[in-house]
Design a protein around this ligand. Structure first.
Ligand SMILES: Nc1ncnc2c1ncn2[C@@H]1O[C@H](COP(=O)(O)OP(=O)(O)OP(=O)(O)O)[C@@H](O)[C@H]1O
Length: 443
């Protein structure tokens, strides 16, 4: 599956040189030791290429794994599995000496310049540090290089002896960028490089990054929340959700004609520039699942507005669906949670039991809603099992009655346009209606 994503990515762009090739990359945090529970699957098997000279955007909600992916590409985080080939070399296999040498090629620009600049060092020392570490040329050459770098990023040579706190946020980011340029890298991971800056300054830094890219032939992975910035600066975009890439392709096409339901939802959250635009927004319910316990099947299935439904429930009221989704989340959570000591004490004292929680949950989710008879009897069975503390049986009924391929099988990557854009969704398998058709009908 991941190979498939990567290969078609390359067929459409075969003339472009691959600088970074990522294959089935996984980064998990923590271990599954006796008390640790399962690891956090921050990056859970992604494959894509970054082409030399391009800017690839990486977008997605907070916590979906963007920073972890960026850090793993630079081996600032150890990969749990998979490969990161840089100019053909798998950098996950390098020993520490080799990695040290390789790091000259690739640098990271951070969101918050304050935390990456040491306030006790002068600006000159900060920018010179990587040159000193790598014993670049002579000390006099290094000083010259720093003065040149200061000019390259729009600062002045006399800023050499000033301290970071004497500069504005935008200027501090320029200092950070000068430092990352010192060793002439080819590849830069820009992790929200303008998010901490005033809007008026953001454009200046974006322009600087674009100029530098052109001047030095840099390749960027640009991590961002702000989709309008991404649309402006990126050649291609990868949309991430819960450690997976849901869609990847050329920027303009992805923004104007999204294929994946998650991309639709993400774009739909952008306020329309035209206040008279009455297009329905897709509201994503709930928060992304805990990456320690990602759902089975498609990672987005628990929130997907275009989820495939059993035919008899195709037109079930959306609020009822949301209720069923939430009920599933609660049941899954309860199934894996060892009952807390507090709850057990409460039970023994006869105060509040898990039964009461189920009843309350039911009322809250479905109270006042019109539920068709067949769905209602299934929901009642589910609640009854849950009341008997048998979450397993409750979930079985839920899956049997309301489940679909979205929960039972991981999707494949499907090519959705002539440019080789890829989307990770069962709806492209030729047997179902496309996400956009379903979303139009449901919203
Ligand atoms: N060092 C760590 N140890 C354990 N879990 C971590 C660690 N770093 C990140 N995580 C978890 O991994 C998941 C992905 O985090 P990450 O910071 O990569 O997401 P993100 O998309 O960059 O978020 P944001 O946009 O808020 O920066 C989150 O659930 C986060 O809590």
């Amino acid at each position: 599956m991941s190979q498939q994503l990567a290969s078609s990515d390359s067929t459409t762009r075969e003339k472009r040189e691959k600088l970074v090739e990522v294959r089935d990359l996984k980064t998990y945090y923590g271990d599954s030791g006796m008390f640790g529970g399962p690891p956090v699957k921050a990056v859970d098997g992604v494959s894509f290429n970054v082409f030399r000279g391009e800017t690839l955007g990486l977008v997605g909600e907070s916590g979906c794994g963007k920073t972890t992916l960026g850090r793993t590409l630079l081996q600032l985080e150890d990969a749990t599995g998979g490969e990161v080939r840089y100019d053909g070399t798998d950098i996950t296999e390098l020993n520490s000496d080799q990695l040290y040498e390789w790091r000259r090629n690739a640098q990271m620009v951070f969101q918050d310049p304050d935390s990456s600049l040491n306030d006790r060092m002068t600006v000159g020392e900060i920018i010179r540090e990587p040159l000193d570490v790598y014993e670049w040329e002579t000390p006099a050459d290094r000083r010259d290089r720093v003065r040149e770098l200061l000019e390259t990023v729009g600062l002045r040579p006399e800023h050499y002896f000033r301290y970071p706190h004497q500069f504005s946020g935008g200027q501090r980011q320029r200092i950070g960028i000068a430092r990352t340029l010192a060793l002439e890298p080819d590849f830069m991971v820009l992790d929200e490089p303008v998010s901490a800056l005033d809007v008026s300054v953001q454009a200046e830094i974006i322009n600087l990054l674009e100029d530098l890219q052109e001047e030095f032939g840099l390749t960027y992975l640009f991590i961002a929340h702000d989709l309008s910035v991404v649309r402006h600066i990126c050649d291609r975009v990868a949309v991430m959700y819960l450690g997976n890439i849901m869609e990847i392709g050329p920027t303009e096409e992805l923004f104007t004609d999204p294929a994946n339901p998650y991309t639709h939802s993400l774009l739909s959250a952008i306020p329309a520039p035209d206040p008279t635009d009455t297009a329905e927004r897709i509201t994503l319910h709930g928060t992304p699942p805990n990456p320690r316990y990602p759902p089975s099947g498609c990672p987005f299935n628990t929130r997907c507005p275009a989820r495939i439904r059993p035919p008899e429930y195709e037109h079930l009221d959306d609020e009822v669906w949301q209720g069923i989704n939430t009920l599933r989340d609660v049941l899954l959570e309860r199934k894996r949670a060892d009952r807390s000591i507090r709850e057990r004490i409460r039970e023994r004292l006869g105060r509040q039991t898990r039964f009461a929680t189920v009843e309350e949950t039911y009322d809250e989710l479905f109270g006042g809603l019109q539920i068709p008879a067949n769905a209602e009897s299934s929901i009642e069975q589910i609640v009854e099992h849950a009341s008997n503390n048998d979450e397993e049986a409750a979930l079985d009924v839920l899956t049997e009655e309301f489940g679909s391929i979205c929960e039972s099988e991981k999707p494949e990557y499907h090519t959705v346009s002539e440019t080789g854009r890829k989307s990770f969704c069962h709806r492209h398998d030729g047997e179902h209606r496309q996400p956009s058709q379903v979303l139009e009908e449901r919203y």
